[in-house]
Ligand binder design. Structure first.
Ligand code: MSP
Length: 634
């Protein structure tokens, strides 16, 4: 049964241009919160849309010699396409040119006018068209718009005014009594200061252009675009025509907006609602801006990043992960291609991708792909299960506080720990001993169970990847029905199901700068103190058959080898590229140490080292041509 409701909105975007990665950031954030709330049992209404009226849009259409509606129709279609590609799960998309909105704006304008809170007067003042904002002389910065720094225009026209000043004290009291209303705290303080400096009545109609909603009782005026735009939030919630829906979702839980428009949402909008006798939203959250290599995005600088191109290149989930992981909500964040590739390689391909691959691979090889019932839990297994439970609790706590990247860090700590658990439990050794079958089953079950939990937790961030993990695990329950509580209990994974062949979920981006800039270890000449035979016996030396070999991108000494050890395959990185071509190596039976501590070289985990003789720059691999793979070397 769903009882708790949750209403979240993004700003409605101006269709004056295509959307860039900064807009995608805001919508991805809202989508992730919406998905998280659904996962946590809430009945969610998630709204986004387009803000289509105003002088700026009318001018753009004129420039292109098309009607305003033809102009916006085309751009709004690109918004909707982008949201689909980015897996945005909005429940409604509102366009301010729709009849439902038109009717609502006229109705509320009339109501506020009838009660005397809107009046007619002469207006003379400054207007910033790109921001669609009125300014007083004293508010300008060197005669320019204090928000965007662009030139302002003098406006002299008869207008309707909204009595904002009348509500100033009530608003201030409300903000003071509701510490969560404006977030983060820095924005809240800014707004309090702004209100204390005195609110002027707001000009809410224009006569010098006509691309807007006409004032119902004086149709040579169109309603000011921000008055029109802000009310979208109650149009879509059903204020005018669906009382039941409105009662369920209003007041909105979060209006997520960029920091520069917090003022409209926490001053003009609440006063409009007060005038209408409607409850105020619970929270206005002002997020930071996404900058590119430290610089604000702008067409003139040519640094505008197209999210669709990025989705084509890297996939939507990788972009979503990057935006959510890299940027702390409320602060500005930096977009850089290198940072994106580093995150994909290190967190997604390596940490998550390898965990899935290794787990499925071992279940496939050791237990015919079947998830068998676990036996007794040892302390290392209990520790993993406890960590998984604590991770879910920590995740929930962070998500509820909107600390989205902190929640992701929790999940990745669990993933890293689980990768380490594989190395510590060494399932490949257990698989060799029939007496250890039950122990092996426990370890493999624990791995798959952790992945089940991880897939539920990451579903709000990476909605396409999570069900892929689920289906590779062979779980039969419909992923869409999963709730957060399904991640809370260790042991939810069904026994007896068959896992699929591992398919890479995030291929490494090989031809780009990589995460690990650690220097490649060089073979050092060492002093050789005596060792005992027991010490020597600790080295597990084996014959290994090279199955595949390839160069490591941007590393001219390194080759990545896939070797067969009889009952296990491993990846190793070897500094022999200047002595052997990959083709020469395939099929060779080399000798390697297999219990060397794994090392990450250029982001690749190397699990072992091949032996070679070298002298004066010459190098030859030690081989054992006639011995089967896996033979012990002593
Ligand atoms: N139409 C108004 C909003 C009306 S809401 C009732 C508007 N539109 S906008 O298209 O200019 O901006 C929409 C949102 O995109 C704003 O919240 C703004 O902060 C956000 N962003 C624009 N550039 C951005 C970045 N570079 N980074 C993050 N968000 C950015 O304002």
């Amino acid at each position: 049964m769903q009882s708790k409701s949750f209403y979240i909105t993004t700003p409605i975007y101006y269709p004056s241009d295509r959307l860039h990665i900064g807009h995608a950031y805001c919508t991805t954030l809202a989508d992730t919160i919406a998905r998280y709330k659904r996962l946590n049992g809430f009945d969610v209404f998630f709204l986004t849309g387009s803000d289509e009226h105003g002088q700026k849009i009318q001018r753009k259409a004129q420039e292109q010699q098309v009607t305003p509606i033809a102009y916006v129709d085309k751009i709004v279609a690109t918004f909707q396409h982008l949201w689909k590609q980015l897996h945005i799960s909005n429940d409604d998309f509102i366009r301010t040119t729709e009849k439902r909105h038109y009717d609502l704006v006229q109705a509320i304008f009339q109501k506020i006018y009838d009660q005397g809170d809107i009046y007619k007067a002469a207006y003379e003042g400054w207007y910033c068209t790109p921001c669609e904002t009125f300014w007083l002389e004293r508010q300008l910065n060197d005669g320019k718009c204090p928000d965007c720094g662009r030139p302002v225009e003098m406006v002299q026209e008869e207008s309707y005014f909204f009595r904002m000043s009348k509500y100033q004290d009530r608003l201030l009291k409300y903000i003071e009594e509701n510490p969560d209303f404006i977030q983060p705290i820095s924005r809240r303080n800014e707004m309090i200061n702004f209100i204390k400096s005195g609110l002027e009545d707001l000009c809410v109609s224009r006569t010098t252009f006509d691309w807007g909603i006409p004032v119902p009782f004086d149709t040579k005026h169109v309603v000011y675009v921000w008055f029109d735009a802000l009310s979208n939030y109650i149009t879509a919630a059903g204020y005018l025509n669906d009382r039941e829906k409105f009662a369920k979702y209003w007041p909105a839980d979060i209006h997520l907006v960029g920091k520069e428009i917090v003022r409209f949402h926490s001053i003009i909008w609440p006063i409009m609602l007060m005038a209408l006798g409607i409850e105020l939203p619970k929270m206005v959250y002002g997020h930071g801006w996404l900058v590119v290599e430290g610089d604000k995005m702008s067409k003139s600088k040519g640094n505008v990043i197209d999210p669709l191109a990025l989705i084509d290149e890297f996939g939507a989930d990788a972009i979503r992960y990057f935006l959510l992981r890299e940027i702390t909500l409320g602060s500005d964040g930096n977009f850089s291609r290198d940072a994106l590739i580093n995150r994909i390689n290190a967190d997604l391909a390596n940490d998550l991708g390898n965990l899935l691959h290794r787990t499925l691979n071992m279940i496939g090889r050791f237990n015919d792909g079947i998830i068998l019932a676990p036996g007794a839990m040892e302390s290392i297994d209990n520790e993993l299960a406890t960590l998984a439970r604590n991770t879910v609790a920590g995740y929930e706590r962070y998500m509820d506080r909107l600390e989205i990247n902190a929640a992701l860090k929790e999940v990745w700590a669990l993933i890293s720990r689980t990768n380490k658990y594989i190395d510590e439990t060494a399932p490949w050794s257990l698989a060799k001993d029939p007496n250890q079958q039950e122990r092996l089953n426990t370890v493999l079950y624990s791995l798959a169970e952790t992945l089940r939990i991880v897939s539920i937790l990451i579903s709000p961030y990476m909605p396409a990847t999570a069900p892929k993990i689920w289906s590779q695990l062979g779980i039969r329950t419909d992923f869409a029905k999963m709730q957060l509580q399904d991640a809370q209990q260790w042991g939810g994974l069904e026994v007896g199901i068959k896992v699929a062949q591992p398919q890479p979920i995030f291929p490494r981006i090989e031809d780009k700068p990589v995460a690990d800039k650690k220097p490649v270890p060089e073979i050092q000449p060492v002093q050789t103190p005596e060792v005992s035979i027991d010490e020597f016996a600790k080295m597990d030396l084996r014959v290994a058959k090279v199955i595949a070999a390839e160069k490591v991108a941007k590393a001219d000494k390194l080759l990545k080898l896939l070797v067969d050890l009889g009952d296990e395959q491993r990846t190793i990185v070897s500094g022999i590229a200047q002595h052997y071509t990959p083709e020469e190596l395939v099929g060779k039976n080399v000798v390697m140490i297999i219990n060397l501590k794994p090392a990450k070289i250029r982001g690749i985990e190397s699990r072992g080292m091949v032996l070679a003789a070298s002298c004066d720059g010459k190098l030859t691999l030690v081989t054992a041509p006639d011995m089967p793979a896996g033979s012990k070397v002593k």
